[in-house]
Structure formats: C-alpha cells, structure tokens
Design a protein around this ligand. Structure first.
Ligand SMILES: Nc1ncnc2c1ncn2[C@@H]1O[C@H](COP(=O)(O)OP(=O)(O)OP(=O)(O)O)[C@@H](O)[C@H]1O
Length: 263
C-alpha cells in the first residue's frame, strides 16, 4: 500500500566513503546521494566487500567520509553533539565491542543512557521501555543471563533490544538477521517493519537476503561498482539492477519470480 511521502530524516550529498591512510585514500563508493524519509524500511544490499558496513558506519558518524555531506534531520552530522546524536540515531553493528560480563538487562538498559540523569538511575519510563524492548525481541527470558552465555542469535536480538530502548528516529543495523533461525528472522523483520511503519522511524539495515529485502522493504540501496542506487524494489527490478549484481555464470535474477536462481 502506498503511504504518503514525509519528512526526510537521513540525507547525503555527493558522499564518498572509504578509508584514509598515510599511503593515500581507498575509495569504496562515491557520489552517494540519499534522501530517505521517515517511516521507511530500507534494505542495503551488495556483494561481499561492496561497502555496506562502511556506508552504515559512515552514516552513523563512526567513520569520516572521504568527502561529501551527511545530514540527520536537516543538521550536518558533524554538528550534532554525541549526547543528542544518541537520542536520534541508534546502531547495531556486527562485531560491536560490548562488555560480555554484563547481564542482558544491564546491556539493554545502557540504551537508556542518553535519557538518564548523571546518577544513571532509571525512571519508570526507562524501565517500561526496557521491558517492552525485551518483549519485542523475545529476550525477556534471557534477561538475567550474562552476555557471554548467549548464542550469536540471542546476542543479536539483545543488541537490537538495546537499540530499541534508545528510541531514536533512525535505526541503522548491519546484517541484523544473520545469526537468526527462520522463526526469529521473521520476528525481527516483522519488528523492524512495525518500527518503521507504525512508529514512523527510518530503519536501514544491510542484508545478504536480497529476496527478503525485495519482498519487504519500501526502498533498497544497492551498492555496486562503487556506486549506490536507491529506489523501490519494483523499480530496481524493472531497471534490471539485480541482473548484474552477481557474475552470471553462477547466479541469475529471475524478474518474474522476483528471486535469484542458481545454475
Ligand atoms: N579498516 C579498513 N581499511 C581499509 N579498507 C577496509 C577497512 N575495512 C574494510 N575495508 C575494505 O572496504 C571494502 C568494503 O568493506 P565492507 O566491510 O564495508 O563491505 P561489506 O559490503 O559490508 O562486505 P560483507 O558483505 O562482506 O560484510 C572491502 O574491500 C574491505 O576490504
């Protein structure tokens, strides 16, 4: 169903992403121009090494761009104080450094840090938000476990719960469904869709599950050959963007089926 176009939350102008070192710059992708409105579920796809994590880290302000601009709610990202940014943007990254000695509920509570006073004491609102996030991610039963006791999939859901408690207008997630079984994959996808559509947030996640993104996302960003193409899944299929995503000897995209065929 078509929903009305609303306010742009996350935008880039001629963004070049990559890595700067003394030996020179390594350019990963350039001329990235995005203007993503609130209330959308956006999938970021591309082959291994295309630059999905690099783009997410750059959009999150964890990595500087080589050039170009990033704005969050019309303000340049570099001008937003860390405390304010933490109320506007949350991230779930792969290989995120966390203290695994914390219990699940302690880790999830950290998401409320931008809202708590200098004593770090939790208000009733904080506690309700934490309880809802644990329920939404099916991690309430794990809340007293130490994070080192969790499976990869359980930890993944706990990290999503922590991001949920931050209650931000933008959520960026790097491969949030990678370690999940089919049941939890469907549940997380449903949750992310609900956060985008009902809470009117922007949820941008990278995935290798392109078919799932095609079926569920409002828009997709395809990183390919150092460029980013953003459009609705339908338009991307019509433009033939997925046809050239993988070397054709092993995989081809069947536009009628809307999925990849091996062979
Ligand atoms: N710290 C770094 N310094 C230099 N180059 C890097 C660094 N980290 C990643 N790269 C390179 O940047 C490119 C993009 O990597 P990135 O991890 O963003 O890709 P990706 O699309 O997320 O890949 P995958 O699907 O395998 O997770 C790769 O060629 C990688 O080798």
């Amino acid at each position: 169903m078509e929903r009305p176009v609303t306010h742009t939350v996350l935008a880039t102008q001629d963004l070049c992403i990559g890595y700067a070192s003394k030996k020179g710059n390594t350019l990963i992708a350039s001329e990235i121009n995005l203007a993503i409105p609130q209330g959308q579920l956006v999938g970021l796809v591309g082959i291994n090494g295309a630059g999905k994590s690099t783009l997410l880290r750059t959009l999150a302000g964890l990595q500087n761009p080589l050039s170009g601009n990033r704005t969050l709610n019309d303000t340049p990202l570099s001008k937003i104080e860390p405390q304010t940014l933490a109320k506007q943007l949350s991230v779930v990254l792969t290989g995120q450094a966390i203290s695994k000695n914390l219990s699940v509920v302690e880790l999830v509570s950290l998401g409320r840090q931008p809202y708590t006073n200098w004593l770090g004491s939790l208000s009733e609102t904080d506690i309700n938000t934490i309880t809802l996030a644990l329920q939404a991610t099916d991690t309430a039963d794990l809340k007293h476990k130490k994070c080192y006791e969790l499976s990869d999939g359980q930890l993944q859901r706990v990290l999503i719960a922590r991001a949920l408690t931050q209650d931000t207008s933008v959520m960026l997630l790097d491969e949030p469904m990678t370690h999940l079984d089919l049941h939890h994959k469907a549940a997380v996808l449903k949750l992310l869709t609900q956060i985008a559509h009902e809470q009117k947030k922007l949820v941008l996640f990278s995935t290798h599950d392109i078919e799932l993104a095609i079926a569920h996302c409002d828009q997709m960003i395809v990183l390919q050959d150092g460029k980013a193409i953003i459009d609705t899944p339908k338009q991307l299929i019509q433009k033939g963007v997925f046809d050239a995503l993988f070397p054709s000897e092993n995989v081809r995209f069947d536009a009628d089926l809307g999925r990849f065929v091996i062979g």
